[in-house]
Write a protein of this length. Structure first.
Length: 144
């Protein structure tokens, strides 16, 4: 069997395994974060979490498939390891960028929700202020 084909097989096995491991880890640990972002709505957090995992798989598996092609023929074990290290390194970088992008977006959503919660006045209003004629900045009364 050609070493290039072996490189393809090893690359696919490791890339798919890494993608599945990262997706499961992010899904399991990100669920708590999503529940907080979505104000404790567990059903919505589970749905968003599932959609994020599906999108993560689609993007990463698509990238792994597109990046499979090897232009140079692998002739010996050294070239096999070099080709695999470059390909797997790029896949790991893409996985990391995807993770950081997800965390960034979710953090922005979380902050927006926190700002909306902070806009509630801390003390209930106690009444209305008088019209413009009663305050310290009111124009002086004119005598007719």
């Amino acid at each position: 069997m050609d070493l290039t084909v072996i490189a393809y097989i090893v690359y696919l096995l490791i890339s798919v395994a890494l993608t599945i491991w990262v997706a499961r880890t992010l899904s399991r640990n990100g669920r708590i974060f999503l529940a907080d972002v979505l104000h404790g709505n567990e059903k919505l957090a589970d749905a968003v979490n599932h959609l994020l995992v599906v999108g993560f798989y689609l993007v990463n598996f698509g990238f792994v498939a597109l990046y499979l092609r090897q232009d140079e023929t692998v002739l010996d074990a050294r070239e096999l390891f070099e080709a695999l290290s470059v390909k797997l390194g790029v896949v790991l970088l893409v996985l990391g960028v995807m993770h950081l992008g997800n965390v960034y977006v979710l953090n922005k959503i979380r902050r927006r929700g926190a700002m909306e919660r902070e806009q509630v006045p801390p003390v209930a209003p106690q009444g209305w202020t008088g019209g413009p004629g009663n305050g310290p900045w009111a124009p002086p009364a004119t005598r007719a």
